[in-house]
Design a protein around this ligand. Structure first.
Ligand code: SF4
Length: 121
C-alpha cells in the first residue's frame, strides 16, 4: 500500500483495488500481458486499468503484469482506500510530482508540477 501512489493514480483507472500511477513509462508490457484489463491513454502516453478483473484468469494476468512492471507503477491496494476521499492525480507533499519538492543537488524545484520525463519542457 502506498498513499502517495494511490493519490497519484491516473484518473482514467476504473475504480477498484488495482490501479496504475504516474510512474508508468508506457512500455506496453501490461497491455500485452493483460489486454482485457489495461488500455493506453494515447494523449498522455501511459497505461491505466480499463477494467478491474472479473475472473480468476484475468486477476492472475493482472498480477503477472504487476510483478513484471519495470517501473513498479501497478498497485493492488485491496479495498483500503476511499476513491472519493483522495482525488486521482493529486499532488502529495514529498512525492515525485510535488511542485514544491526541491532537487537535492541544486535546490531548484524538482518538477515544477511536471512529471519527471517532462523536466526539460
Ligand atoms: S508495465 Fe508498467 S511501465 Fe509498462 S506500460 Fe504497464 S504500467 Fe506502464
Amino acid at each position: 500500500m502506498s498513499a502517495v501512489s494511490f493519490a497519484e493514480r491516473w484518473p482514467e483507472n476504473q475504480r477498484g483495488k488495482f490501479y496504475v500511477d504516474a510512474q508508468c513509462l508506457d512500455c506496453d508490457l501490461c497491455r500485452e500481458t493483460a489486454p482485457k484489463n489495461f488500455a493506453r491513454y494515447d494523449d498522455g502516453g501511459y497505461s491505466y486499468i480499463s477494467k478491474q478483473p472479473e475472473t480468476k484468469e484475468e486477476e492472475e494476468l493482472l498480477r503477472e503484469s504487476l510483478e513484471g512492471c519495470p517501473c513498479e507503477a501497478i498497485f493492488d491496494d485491496g479495498d483500503e482506500h476511499d476513491w472519493d476521499a483522495v482525488p486521482a492525480n493529486a499532488y502529495v507533499s514529498g512525492s515525485p510530482r510535488d511542485p514544491n519538492k526541491k532537487c537535492g543537488h541544486c535546490n531548484v524545484p524538482a518538477t515544477k508540477g511536471r512529471r519527471w520525463w517532462e523536466f526539460w519542457k
